[in-house]
Each structure stands twice: as C-alpha cells, then as structure tokens.
Design a protein around this ligand. Structure first.
Ligand SMILES: Nc1nc2c(ncn2[C@@H]2O[C@H](COP(=O)(O)OP(=O)(O)OP(=O)(O)O)[C@@H](O)[C@H]2O)c(=O)[nH]1
Ligand SMILES: [Mg+2]
Length: 221
C-alpha cells in the first residue's frame, strides 16, 4: 500500500495505551484535562467542533512533555527519552472547550522512508485541512540550530499562512549567551515570527504559553 493510501485510512487506532482520566488542575486557564482520542489521520478524529492547538516538531524535541507541563500532569501524554514515541494524532480535551493535539515528530532517522512519508502526510493533511486549528506550536530544541526539516516546516507554515509560534524548548539546557545567539539567528532568518522560550522546569514559561494558547483559542471560538 502506498504511503498516501496509508494516511487516508480512516481507521481509529489506539496504539498507545491511554486511559480516560480527568483531574482538576490548579491553573485558572486549564481547569481540567482529559485524554480524548487518537487517530492515524485527521478524518479519523471524532471531533472538529472546538479549537485545536497542535504541537509539531522533530522527534524527541519535547512535544508530549510540553503538553504534560501545560496541563500540570506527569503522564497524560506519553513522553520518552527515545525518539519516535508518538505515532498518531492524539487529542487532549481541555476544560471541555478546546483540544491540545500531540502529533508524531518528523525526522526520526530510524524510520523507513515509507514510515517517514506516512508521518509527513499525516502531519501535512492535519495542518492543511483541520478547520478547527487555532494555533500551531512549532517546537525546536534550543540547544541546536533549526534543522533543514525545521526550516522547511517553518517556511511551509508561512507559505500556507497558518497561525504559528516558535517554541524554543529545553532552554534549561542552554547557556545565556547561546540563547541570545539563537534569538538573534531566528530573528535574522525569520523576522517577525513570534517565538517563546520554554522549559518543563519553568512555571513562568508555562504561564506565558498558556496565555498565548488562551488568546488563540478565544480568537478562534
Ligand atoms: N531538559 C529538558 N528536557 C526536556 C524538556 N522537554 C522534554 N524534555 C525531554 O526530552 C525527551 C523527549 O520528550 P518527548 O516529550 O517524548 O518528545 P516528543 O517530541 O514528544 O518526541 P516524539 O513523540 O518521539 O516525537 C524526554 O526525555 C523529555 O524528558 C525540557 O524542557 N528540558
Ligand atoms: Mg511525543
């Protein structure tokens, strides 16, 4: 079966062992978070009625961990030190109002060419056709310059006029001078694109990101 055919298979897959659970959160912005659904394609998702905020980025960059940090739970989304953990589009329902969407990473070297094409197709189809898409968080690892894939994704998001913010992740691992240099490089190469620092260790970063998300969701509602 071709990669394209695979991506349009409308089969719901629950290949990650997730359980439905809900807890009350402390944040004023996110009072509850629940695992909602997983699918191998946009068409397989059971909802399209409330705004969605999507995490995209290279494998292992910290997309699933960022969701856990935002909602204040350790393991709502499955994270791993090994790349290639998230394999489907996973939706988490927030406050019964909107969804955080965790997507597979791109650029995982150990995937076959066909697997890479399937994931690329899944991500592209989701981003282009999800009418509920309110915001994309393009997550990069601040320790290393954006890869060619990051650059292509960034230009593709711009070309398609999708609303996105660059999240400079894992800043806890970066020296201040290197962080300033990364800001300067990004501003020079991608002037005017909003960017925000993030670390799973920082509550301040979490609150800043929550505010951005809340505003995007309000605008889209
Ligand atoms: N130091 C540091 N480590 C982080 C941070 N965010 C995530 N990590 C670590 O990065 C690794 C990958 O995290 P994941 O959240 O699984 O990454 P992912 O982007 O979802 O990966 P895939 O699902 O494979 O695409 C884990 O070991 C996390 O603990 C951060 O802000 N700082
Ligand atoms: Mg993941």
């Amino acid at each position: 079966m071709s990669a394209h055919k695979l991506t349009i298979t409308y089969v719901m897959v629950f290949c990650e062992t997730m359980t439905r659970r809900e807890i009350r959160l402390h944040s004023e912005l996110m009072k509850s978070a629940t695992y909602f659904a997983s699918a191998a394609s946009l068409e397989g998702l059971p909802v399209n009625d409330r705004p969605q905020v999507a995490m995209i980025g290279r494998s292992n960059v910290g997309k699933s961990s960022l969701i856990n940090h935002l909602v204040g739970m350790k393991d709502l989304a499955h994270s791993s030190s090994k790349p290639g953990r998230t394999q489907t589009i996973n939706l988490y329902e927030i406050d019964k109002k909107f969804f955080l969407a965790d997507l597979p990473g791109y650029g995982f070297a150990k995937k076959s060419a066909e697997q890479k094409a399937v994931f690329a197709g899944m991500i592209e189809d989701y981003l282009l056709n999800c009418e509920a898409l309110a915001l994309v968080l393009l997550i990069i690892d601040t320790r290393i310059p954006p890869s060619e894939l990051d650059a292509s994704m960034l230009e593709w998001l711009q070309f398609n006029q999708l609303p996105f913010v660059i999240v400079m992740n894992k800043v806890d691992k970066v020296k201040k001078n290197d962080l300033l240099k990364m800001h300067a490089d990004l501003e020079r190469n991608y002037p005017g694109i909003p960017r925000i620092e993030h670390s799973i260790d920082s509550d301040m970063h979490r609150k800043e990101l929550l505010t951005i998300i809340e505003n995007a969701v309000k605008l889209h509602s």
